[in-house]
Write a protein that binds this ligand. Structure first.
Ligand code: GLN
Length: 531
């Protein structure tokens, strides 16, 4: 087993996750089997209870783990299989340790950060390694070198490298090399200082991944090589991509990063063949067609809040050779003004998931607009719930129908809590989470899109379609095209006389990849093109 550890320096948001994933793409294309994991130094047990403004999207895995959005990059850029073990937080470590201490497992010892916290971290690396018959584990350490809360993780990987043998471990440090316009120069000092900080802990990076706006000059490379004690060919340029994040693997390949890693780890594999990836990137960058999709949400300032949705649109767009321009529509604006004025230019409307009352009426208006004007509609989770409420109000003669989440006293709770959710007290990890099977009804748009009868999709919600209203809405023309096989929960609704009005209770955006677009996104983008 070989180990790659990725740390970050200077500032956050350098795209460590993306770099980890992109290296994963290259190694996988060399025929290596890998697994990626992320360590997050914060004290939350998982990001499930964090606000999107704090954390961006919460990425859900098959096993129901609510994880960091970098795991989304890992799944999109590689075929590795992830479980809740692949995202370790300080919160989880302390939760475990304190439970063990209360049980008396430490037999009277003083419980300490070193060795107890560091041992937990090392144990997790070994346990992920032994679960998966992988050749390489790539571990990304969240946060920035120098953060107090990151120290135990860095100490743990230092010890781990000693135990695993340095020839089996590759340390990569992602750093910022800023360009200072007034001086007309690239500055290497922040990197030098960040590496000095790492060396103080006892970690010598084997490669520097330099995030920069301008190409690295030869001088800058030499300087960093000399002062950071890294061979010149291990100073890797990772410039800001112009068009698409999917260019990153190709960029790193040009810099021979995969070559360098394989040489150090003594993995003898032929160079990766990236033709299919390159063709995908070409369709993303220079598509034949362009269409506009209105995303009606409420965390719009924040690019990361709907990350997987935007990526899924890109994948489906590339399949149809179509660039997707996102129109961010603030749901609350729709409540105030003329929806036509805001939505007129959109070729399709997408209503994503969400929690809380703010903006819900605007999302209901958007679903109604799409239904009446026959604009292609894709509703995801809350996007399905608002479509059901809208249909119930307008076509089902159920005035004031609502979701019980937003109006507890509604006379018509078309969306309601299941009995098993009614007594849930804790907010953490208590929703319907993870992969559930769904049965598709023959002849529907959904069944045609998937070309399958049983599918598996990931969930993250508390509320469900209320079966008490099923017959009534069915009689009025709402099609229930997907249901869960055992408990009969509604999973997909759609409309017949409409080019594409499909909404699902689950989150298809968590299962789309480049060159493997998700069927519902593929169908939606196809509809934008009149297919
Ligand atoms: N708030 C809704 C629920 O809990 C929808 C959740 C979502 O869109 N992820 O059921």
């Amino acid at each position: 087993m070989k180990y790659i550890f990725i740390t970050g320096g200077v500032i956050s948001s350098l795209g460590k996750g993306l770099t980890a994933a992109a290296l994963g793409t290259l190694l996988e294309h060399r025929g290596l089997k890998l697994v990626l994991q992320k360590f997050d130094p914060y004290l939350n047990v998982d990001p499930g209870t964090m606000n999107p403004y704090q954390h961006g999207e919460v990425y859900v895995l098959d096993d129901g783990a609510e994880t960091d959005l970098d795991l989304g990059h890992y799944e999109r850029f590689t075929h590795c299989r992830l479980t809740r073990k692949n995202n370790l937080t300080s919160g989880q470590i302390y939760e475990n340790i304190i439970a063990q201490e209360r049980r008396g497992d430490y037999l009277g010892k003083t419980v300490q950060v070193v060795p107890h916290v560091t041992d937990e971290i090392k144990k997790r690396i070994r346990s992920v390694a032994s679960d998966q018959a992988a050749d390489i584990i790539i571990t990304e350490i969240g946060g920035t070198t120098g953060d107090i809360e990151g120290l135990p993780f860095l100490e743990a990987i230092r010890q781990f490298a000693l135990e695993a043998g340095h020839e089996n471990v590759f340390f990569m440090h992602v750093t910022l090399v800023p360009y200072i316009g007034v001086a007309g120069e690239l500055k290497t000092k922040p990197t030098q200082q960040s590496v000095a900080k790492l060396r103080e802990i006892g970690i010598m990076p084997n490669a520097l991944i330099c995030r920069c706006e301008k190409p690295l000059t030869r001088e800058a490379r030499q300087k960093m090589s000399l002062f950071c004690n890294v061979p010149a060919d291990a100073v890797i340029e990772e410039r800001d991509v112009e068009h698409s994040i999917y260019e990153v693997p190709l960029m790193l390949q040009k810099e021979s990063l995969d070559e360098l890693v394989c040489r150090h780890l003594r993995l003898h594999r032929p160079p990766p063949r990236m033709a299919a990836w390159r063709a995908f990137v070409r369709r993303v960058i220079q598509p034949k067609h362009r269409r506009k999709v209105a995303v009606v949400g409420k965390y719009l300032e924040l690019k990361d809040a709907y990350k997987s949705i935007y990526e899924s649109l890109t994948h489906a767009g590339a399949f149809h050779d179509c660039g997707i321009d996102i129109m961010n529509i603030d749901a609350e604006e729709l409540e105030k003004g003329d929806p036509g004025a805001l939505l007129r230019g959109a070729d399709g409307i997408l209503v994503p998931g969400g929690f809380g009352h703010r903006g819900v009426e605007g999302k209901i208006i958007a679903a109604g607009y799409a239904r009446r004007k026959k604009v292609p509609y894709l509703g995801l989770c809350l996007g399905m719930q608002v479509a059901a409420v809208e249909f119930a109000r307008s076509e089902g003669d159920l005035a004031n129908a609502n979701s019980a989440e937003f109006d507890e006293k509604t006379p018509h709770p078309v969306i309601a809590l299941l009995d098993e959710q009614k007594n849930v007290q804790n907010k953490g990890a208590s929703m319907r989470l993870g992969a559930w099977p769904c049965m598709l009804i023959k002849g529907t748009k959904a069944a045609r899109a998937y070309r399958q009868t049983i599918i598996s999709e990931r969930h993250r919600h508390r509320f469900e379609f209320n079966n008490a209203y099923r017959t009534r809405l069915e009689q009025k023309g709402l099609v229930f095209s997907g249901v869960s096989p055992r408990s009969n929960l509604v999973e997909i609704i759609e409309l017949k006389d409409h080019p594409w009005f499909v909404a699902c209770q689950f989150h298809p955006e968590f299962q789309s990849k480049p060159n493997y677009p998700h069927p519902l996104f593929k169908g939606f983008v196809g509809a934008l093109l009149g297919k």
